[in-house]
Design a protein around this ligand. Sequence first.
Ligand code: MG
Length: 335
Amino acid sequence: MNQIVTLAHGSGGRMTFELVEKVFRRHFQSSLLEQGDDAAVFRMPEGRTAFTTDSFVITPIFFPGGNIGKLAVCGTVNDLAAMGAKPLYLSCGFILEEGLPLEELERITASMAETAREAGVMLVTGDTKVVQRGAVDKIFINTSGIGNIPDGIELSGSNAHPGDCVIVTGTIGEHGSCILQEREELNLHGPIHSDCAPLNGLTGSLLAQIPGVHVMRDPTRGGIATTLNEIAIQSHVGIQLHEEEIPVLPEVEGLCELLGMDPLYMANEGKMLILLPQQQTEAAMALLQQHPLGRTARVIGKVIEENPGKVYMKTRTGGKRIVDMLSGEQLPRIC
Ligand code: MG
């Protein structure tokens, strides 16, 4: 096989067949993929089905803590997890730029397979296209995912109730900071690692043991500020945050200060916001903090009746300020 992706790899002929066999099939082994037909065919378990899709165009394609492939699996798995679904099956579509080193494609593919195993999902169908140099930047990936929502789980951004506590499952802003630091080629105190991780294990055990969770949403682009604003608007409630409770790594805080950014708006790829009744909060926190992906979870605020559609923050100095949605694009192509 050639050392780079060529247009012939996307021709649909022998080279495509070889690429699929030697790279994708080899890493994504599953009984459904082995069917080799035009579509994967399976039966869904009882309950409702969640279905979501996302495209990944991040640059750089490799970064501390992950790569575009790992991100493409985590992003879709986490959107299913946020709805309380058990992720089952993923599709993946690759758009490759002519000239992409095959070794890079192979590393990306291996990492997708590893992350899918970790999340317990199967990659069951896919597609590959190759476009001429310059028509895309190295590699774009789309993943779609299907999951099963067990009966009794009703999560939605419109379910927040006054009195609910707001939990974030860990320190914020690492993915956005990681990409920013890579792009700016800053090396302050070593690299900041992306928090990119599949969260369905964490959310699945929470939902299995803690009844009455109202909302879960992963604060990706726009950070926790934007996601909490969305929830406040959808649920017609106010949200009050406590600045001193919001967990931020010192290196993220340092980078944000240097560049005039705010960690509240920085993207996360391995964190969940969880809104639930106050009575359940202590038990939920104990459970989250036992999990490797929830060790730094904190209660960061509460849902209030006043000022529906708005997010406020009590600052460290005792002041109060409005936390708005992100306006405009802070950092393009971070996922
Ligand atoms: Mg989401």
